[in-house]
Write a protein that binds this ligand. Structure first.
Ligand code: GLU
Length: 321
């Protein structure tokens, strides 16, 4: 099937309609290199199961994965060790606290981090990546992602340096993890891997493709390649729904209803599984969505990006609920 011009027109219209919502957010100031981005940007890419891409708005821009990487390192680690091994070391429970909070540790003294999408869980997962050195662990993740997107990827050194110099809270969190015996490697090594993975450069097209693969339970319907198993995909989608959009995950599930993971760079990775009983003409066989809008709201999600996804999901009946 060819690209559907109607879908393309609609997407372009909805980007322009939602662009005004960028004023509801600001760029992430706590990582200086992200704070300098132009907050007015908004772009989206959607891909269907036949490989048709639809892109509208600021789609050429490269940005860093930030927290979106948490979903991907979790998948990579599960692929290597199996789900059971990883779930013995990190749980799948939402916290209701900020993503970088130390409170759950102090109050609950859990026997493992609550989930891989809060920083404590993500740093734990990064440290688990296979490899004898931080460089090899990071390389493992990078190669896993390169296989998903089908081309080389690289890290943004400026964003890495900027976060490395200012990540006092993550350093504090990592010391908690070390004290609780959740880290088998040194604090500075775990932080290095985590901050490196957050600084991997990506664009909305790559995010859309990864979203499609997650929506298809680890299978790429375009290349007919399986990248990870159904049971890993199932847990990742649950995490995306329950914890993927920070402390707006409940609202996002209610009003958008698409498994998604966002990051403070303003990226959103969304996975629309097939929904064959849907009445709509668009994306009944599922889709991957990549969004970029660096003006983020107080929760940490792209302000205009989430509003746009709400509209798209409603118009095209993409909610899984
Ligand atoms: N590197 C960021 C941090 O740890 C990622 C945060 C995010 O995107 O939620 O603060």
């Amino acid at each position: 099937m060819q690209n559907n011009p109607h879908i393309q027109e609609q997407l372009e219209k909805w980007v322009e309609e939602n662009r005004g919502h960028v004023v509801l957010g600001t760029t992430a100031q706590y990582i200086p290199a992200l704070g300098n981005e132009d907050p007015a940007q908004l772009g989206i890419c959607m891909i269907d199961e036949e490989g048709n891409y639809y892109a509208a708005g600021d789609t050429e821009k490269e940005f860093t994965l930030q927290s979106v990487s948490k979903a991907l390192s979790f998948i990579a680690v599960c692929c290597h060790y199996g789900l059971d091994y990883v779930l013995e070391r990190v749980d799948v429970e939402p916290t209701g606290e900020a993503f970088n909070s130390i409170i759950p540790f102090e109050i609950h003294r859990p026997n493992k981090p609550f989930n891989p999408f809060i920083n404590a869980g993500a740093i734990t997962v990064s440290a688990l990546l296979p490899g004898q050195t931080p460089q090899k662990k990071f390389q493992f993740l990078l190669e896993f992602l390169e296989k998903l997107v089908g081309h080389p990827l690289e890290m943004d050194q400026e964003v890495y340096d900027s976060e490395w110099q200012t990540s006092h809270r993550n350093r504090a969190l990592a010391y908690y993890l070390k004290e609780a015996n959740f880290l088998d490697i040194e604090v500075e090594e775990a932080l290095d891997i985590y901050i490196s993975q957050c600084a991997i450069k990506i664009n909305v097209k790559d995010l859309a493709l990864i979203g499609l693969i997650i929506g298809y339970d680890g299978y790429n319907p375009i290349t007919k390649e399986r990248h990870f198993s159904d049971d890993i995909a199932q847990v990742v989608k649950v995490l995306m729904v329950t914890c993927g959009m920070y402390n707006s995950s409940g609202n996002f599930a209610a009003h958008v209803g698409i498994p998604a993971k966002s990051g403070v760079s303003g990226g959103i990775l969304a996975a629309v599984p097939p929904k064959l009983h849907s009445q709509t003409y668009a994306f009944r066989a599922g889709a991957g969505i990549g969004v970029y809008g660096p003006a983020i709201d107080v929760q940490g999600n792209s302000a205009a990006g989430t509003m746009m996804l709400k509209q798209i999901s409603k118009e095209w009946d993409l909610s899984i609920f």
